[in-house]
Design a protein around this ligand. Structure first.
Ligand code: PGA
Length: 251
């Protein structure tokens, strides 16, 4: 059985006071998290605050990105060891905003994935097609290419210690959610592609859905057999909304 995982990607949002308020809200509902894993990914400056507020709670935290390098003259970058130093357990890798706005190639994403694994962080690898790609019928090719870039580094075993998030770019922050069937189709494709190389890795892999998941649609999406949780953007900034999604995942 795969444990459901709900991860909040706060993106570039928040302040000291909003972080405190949001975490207070999330912690107040955390008694019901028993059967699921819950993670929040704040902007870097707030990770220390999150660590002190969540320490000892059932909620984990992680980074939204990391450098593929371990240390040195890389102005503005953050290394895996630094995230670990502040108690991070997870790190998002290859989010579509990193790929499109900061030109991260499949190869850069793969290098970051390995840097996370090497240090003991659990990478959440994001894959997904743009609207144009979906409309031209190449969704599976795009997702396969993004997965293969990581698998090709050291074999399919690298996915055994990570998480995959399927995030159709056209659904991110748009309010347009993939239908549960559309999402399930791609999740099934991802799992079967990995199963062709290693059935055990595929069976154990948590595959999250991301893209305008919210309280009102979480239940239906999370009810699909290959959807093991969610990577939540906008709805992760409101504690009641986020808690409702966690509740749906726990059911
Ligand atoms: P959204 O973002 O839930 O606001 O669509 C999801 C994500 O980008 O991870």
């Amino acid at each position: 059985m795969r444990k459901p995982l709900v991860a909040g990607n706060w993106k570039m949002n928040g302040s000291r006071s909003s972080v405190a308020k949001l975490l207070e809200g999330i912690k107040s509902g955390s008694d019901e998290f028993g059967a699921i894993e819950v993670v929040v990914c704040p902007p870097y400056p707030y990770i220390s605050q999150v660590e002190s507020l969540l320490d000892g709670s059932p909620v984990s935290w992680g980074g939204q990105d990391l450098s593929a390098e371990s240390s040195g003259a890389f102005t503005g970058e953050v290394a895996a060891s630094m995230l670990l130093d502040f108690g991070c357990k997870y790190v998002i890798v290859g989010h579509s905003e990193r790929r499109s706005l900061y030109a991260e190639s499949d190869q850069v994403v793969a290098a970051k994935y390995l840097a996370a694994l090497d240090s003991g962080l659990i990478p959440i690898l994001c894959v997904g097609e743009t609207l144009e790609e979906r409309e031209s019928g190449v969704t599976e090719q795009v997702v396969a290419r993004q997965l293969d870039a990581v698998i090709d580094t050291m074999g399919v075993g690298v996915l055994a210690k990570g998480v995959v998030a399927y995030e159709p770019v056209w659904a991110i922050g748009t309010g347009v959610t993939a239908t549960p069937e559309q999402a399930q189709d791609v999740h099934r494709f991802i799992r079967s592609r990995i199963a062709a190389q290693d059935a055990n890795v595929a069976a154990a892999l948590q595959i999250l859905y991301g893209g305008s998941m919210k309280a009102s649609n979480a239940h239906e999406l999370l009810g699909k057999p290959d959807i093991d949780g969610g990577l939540i953007g906008g709805a992760a900034l409101k504690s009641e909304e986020f808690l409702s999604i966690c509740k749906a995942a726990a059911e």
